[in-house]
Design a protein around this ligand. Structure first.
Ligand code: KG4
Ligand code: ZN
Length: 406
């Protein structure tokens, strides 16, 4: 494909690069980025990361030290909650436009905050999927334009790898560790074995946990995003009043399912005459508890598997990441089962649990250190399983009509 880039203004220290990249035909080899030279292992790497796969637009600059420590030099993020609130969910077209409108401003602000210019960077990383394709393109195309303009290496990052590595923004957590990723788009259990090596134990067979929170909250008219709203009203509710099922209760395995629970909650809601505040609070409390129970039970199975597999690890860690990790009941259930299984539960600070660009920059820096970079043909991908091997073994898990998503 041929790439045409218009850079509207390149000013002083900061750079305002408004990149309109038009893909026509195929990229000629002359447009490929230089393959990146081997990176000295004792060099700290400074990387710009961009994220726009769902409804957060973000740019961050991190410095990865050779010993694994990370300095986050700048972080800029814009949420689109207000734009999507009237629709009760993320509208892909609105999201894509909003990302494209603010991405270059956030890049400029991040560079200024970090006191860096593009020339100071070692690489430019962007989420290349999985996610809403129009959104993913905003970050990836911007990164391609900046990489081409500056001559810096491009790293196309799997968003899920960003989440998998996110705890290492806080501390140089040793591999392997177990990760429960619970967001609006994903619910999966992974073993992070090393950079680039992830073993997906299980994933949701239908809805993600956050999706179940959001959709139930929408039915109950609680507003968007639904998870925090449902948690709030659940505080005064009685979780024992309504009998909701615990998905896959006492069953072996590591997969999840929330669609049946969501439907059961909806049926109870539809059966209520004129729901009172108490009805809402009780149903919310019950829904929240069943989700928390299910996450804790399936994580327990995974912790047992981890312990049997890695017999030489004395202090194993269960990391919980994703927006649902903000839920206090979910956390307390996970704390409890982690304690019972001899695991430390580690939840990164919320700003790194939810979608953010620092984790994308970190994943980019780790790959850059290994000399793994991409050229301008790197595609934006709606679907991109992190662990292609296990996705293939069980294509029913986490897959839609077009194949495995993640
Ligand atoms: O990781 P995230 O910010 O974005 C992606 O989905 O990628 O996660 C957002 C999800 C939403 O479904 C939201 O409702 C849920 O996390 N969430 C919560 C809470 N805070 C956010 N769910 C339950 N309780 C919360 N306090
Ligand atoms: Zn995410």
């Amino acid at each position: 494909m041929r790439v045409v880039i218009f850079v509207s203004r390149v000013a002083g220290e900061g750079v305002k690069a408004r990149c309109f990249i038009l893909f026509r035909q195929s990229i000629g080899s002359s447009m490929d980025l230089d393959s990146s030279p081997p990176v000295a292992q004792d060099k700290a790497l400074t990387v710009l990361g961009l994220e726009s796969s769902c409804d957060e637009t973000a740019a961050a600059i991190i410095r990865l030290h050779p010993d694994g420590r990370v300095d986050v030099l700048a972080e800029k993020i814009r949420s689109q909650n207000e734009a999507h609130a009237p629709y009760g969910g993320v509208v892909p077209e609105i999201a894509a436009r909003a990302h494209a409108e603010v991405m270059d401003t956030l890049v400029e602000q991040a560079l200024a905050e970090a006191g860096q210019s593009l020339a100071d960077l070692d690489g430019i990383a962007a989420t290349a999927g999985p996610g809403l394709i129009g959104g993913v393109m905003a970050a990836l195309m911007t990164a391609k334009g900046l990489a081409l303009g500056s001559g810096k290496p491009l790293i196309a990052v799997n968003h899920l790898e960003g989440h998998a590595l996110s705890p290492r923004l806080s501390e140089p957590l040793a591999f392997p560790y177990l990760l429960l990723l619970v967001s609006g788009g994903h619910t999966q259990l992974l073993i992070a074995e090393s950079v680039g090596q992830y073993h997906r134990l299980g994933s949701t067979m239908d809805d993600a946990a956050g999706e179940a929170f959001d959709k139930t909250a929408k039915v109950m008219g609680l507003g968007f995003p639904g998870g925090p709203a449902l948690e709030k009203i659940a505080q005064s509710g009685n979780p024992d009043r309504f009998a909701l099922p615990t998905p896959l209760a006492h069953r072996p395995g590591f997969d999840f399912s929330f669609a049946g629970l969501k439907t059961a909650a909806r049926q109870i809601w539809d059966g209520l005459d004129v729901p009172t505040h108490t009805d809402k609070a009780d149903l919310a409390a019950s829904m929240q508890r069943q989700i928390a129970k299910s996450l804790a039970e399936r994580s327990t199975n995974a912790m047992k598997y981890f312990t049997e597999t890695y017999t030489d690890i004395d202090n194993p860690t269960l990391v919980v990441a994703g927006g649902v990790a903000a839920n206090k009941l979910v956390r307390s259930h996970l704390e409890e089962v982690a304690g019972t299984q001899g695991f430390r539960l580690f939840a990164p600070p919320m700003k790194w649990c939810t979608d953010n660009a620092a984790m994308i920059a970190l994943a980019g820096a780790e790959h850059l250190r290994r000399g793994e970079t991409d050229d301008l043909s790197a595609p934006a991908r709606a679907r991109w399983p992190l662990d292609a091997a296990s996705a293939k073994l069980d294509p029913a898990i986490g897959s839609g009509r077009k194949g495995p998503k993640a």
